[in-house]
Design a protein around this ligand. Structure first.
Ligand code: SF4
Ligand code: SF4
Length: 419
């Protein structure tokens, strides 16, 4: 949900033992987006009121804060739609967390929301407690409304934008999460410009939609590998030419970490995973947000600690299997260092030898290959102790007739010289 941009932190990336996405309303949401993978999780808890109890909240806060006794704590609230819990739940959670914190320990609350329920009171509260809010926006109105619908199939764009206005008015820190489906994948420039210029977002996350139906068939709302690769490459080109050091795109920052040889901040591009857990409203803890099912239920926080559940052989194997089940094609891939076979949930395609590989493989490969030259330039700059946004100053001072340092084999004047 949130990240520490490498271009902003000069290569310093945080490292936490484990992270938890807490879902106080479970899968309950006021919207009904076509591509949502989480709404169906309601069936795991038939008859539930989908509200995290005081006991579960207390247990969660106590442990997450204790487990970070030597440092600051980030508490991530997600759903479903967490604001359905109402402001009083979060006011109580913030107050309890402050009470439980050790002297000098900073608690940061992260909230992922569709934004539609935010009002002035929310705005003031989020600002007062310095929340970092992730708001889900898929692009301009016609794109956003094509899949992000309310329960009656109506549009949600104006309500989301009103929520964004509230955040801006109250000067709340926010980033934008953009789900990339078969619709907006064809509009990379429009989507990027809209989020950057209209939403004034400085921190962007793009998440590819891959929805499977019966027999692992891919649903029509999903991107194709090729379209996902083109989408990333087109936005990367704009970003690299104009916005390095000013706009932070999670996947580009993550790629840069790989080019710098740092631990990857995104689990999908890390060698192993299994440290990003999901907590349902009942206190049930699961291996990952994308594996909330009976098979991946680790236990309940009212009877076991999260720290013990994350270290069980089953969970360790879940995380290790990202590496051990890597397809041979990945092992010999020149982009392995950046991709690491990406998320196991997307390993839906069978190779000629019958191994599972990412459905998005071709897209990631083409994007990483396209980004290779520019990433080398950025990595070199950062290794030399320069900040990333010095890139444009340095490039503009260079002789435009030399070959572009990105390695394209084209003269700088025709390649990455700033205009
Ligand atoms: S399964 Fe995918 S999303 Fe879940 S922790 Fe592993 S890499 Fe991350
Ligand atoms: S780009 Fe494809 S082959 Fe290469 S590591 Fe990623 S999924 Fe594997």
């Amino acid at each position: 949900m949130t990240y520490s941009p490498v271009t902003e932190t000069h290569g310093l990336v945080g490292n936490r033992s484990f992270q938890v996405l807490a879902k106080p309303t479970g899968a309950l949401c006021n919207l009904d987006c076509d591509y949502c993978f989480y709404l169906e999780k309601r069936t795991i808890y038939p008859g539930s009121d989908f509200r995290m109890s005081e006991t579960v909240l207390e247990s969660f806060l106590t442990e997450i804060i204790e487990s970070h006794s030597d440092g600051d704590v980030s508490i991530a609230w997600q759903g479903g739609e967490p604001t359905l819990m109402g402001l009083s739940f979060f006011a109580h959670a913030v107050a309890r967390a402050e009470k439980l914190a050790r002297p000098g320990q900073r608690i940061e609350h992260l909230l992922q929301t569709n934004g539609t329920l935010l009002d002035e009171r929310w705005g003031a509260f989020l600002k007062q407690h310095d929340f970092l809010v992730g708001i889900s926006i898929d692009g301009p109105e016609f794109i956003h409304n094509s899949h992000r619908k309310d329960k009656r199939g109506g549009p949600s764009f104006s309500k989301t934008m009103r929520g964004l206005e509230i955040l801006r008015k109250h000067d709340v820190r926010y980033n934008v999460l953009c789900a990339v489906s078969s619709t907006n994948v064809d509009y990379p420039t429009e989507v990027y410009r809209f989020l950057r210029d209209e939403c004034e977002a400085r921190y962007l996350q793009f998440v590819p939609i891959v929805v499977t139906g019966p027999g692992r068939t891919i649903s029509h709302v999903s991107v194709t590998a090729e379209s996902w690769g083109s989408f990333l490459s087109e936005i990367f080109d704009i970003w690299f030419r104009h916005d390095v050091g000013n706009i932070f795109v999670q996947i580009f920052e993550s790629a840069l970490a790989a080019w710098l040889g740092l631990a990857n901040p995104m689990c999908i591009f890390a060698e192993t995973c299994g440290r990003n857990l999901a907590l349902e409203h009942t206190g049930d803890l699961y291996s990952c947000d994308h594996f909330v099912d009976q098979e991946h239920r680790l236990g309940n926080i009212l009877s076991e600690t999260m720290a013990s559940m994350v270290e069980t052989p089953r969970q360790l194997e879940f995380g290790e299997s990202k590496r051990t089940l890597l397809a041979t094609e990945c092992r010999y891939c020149p982009m392995l260092f950046a991709c690491q076979g990406e998320c196991p949930r997307n390993r839906l395609t069978l190779t000629a030898t019958g191994e599972r590989i990412s459905y998005l493989c071709a897209g990631y490969k083409s994007f990483f290959l396209a980004a290779d030259g520019p990433m080398r330039m950025l990595a070199q700059l950062i290794r030399a102790g320069r900040v990333a946004d010095e890139l444009y100053t340095l490039l503009s001072k260079m002789d435009p007739t030399i070959m572009c340092p990105c390695g394209s084999g084209i003269a700088l004047a025709q390649c990455h010289r700033p205009h």
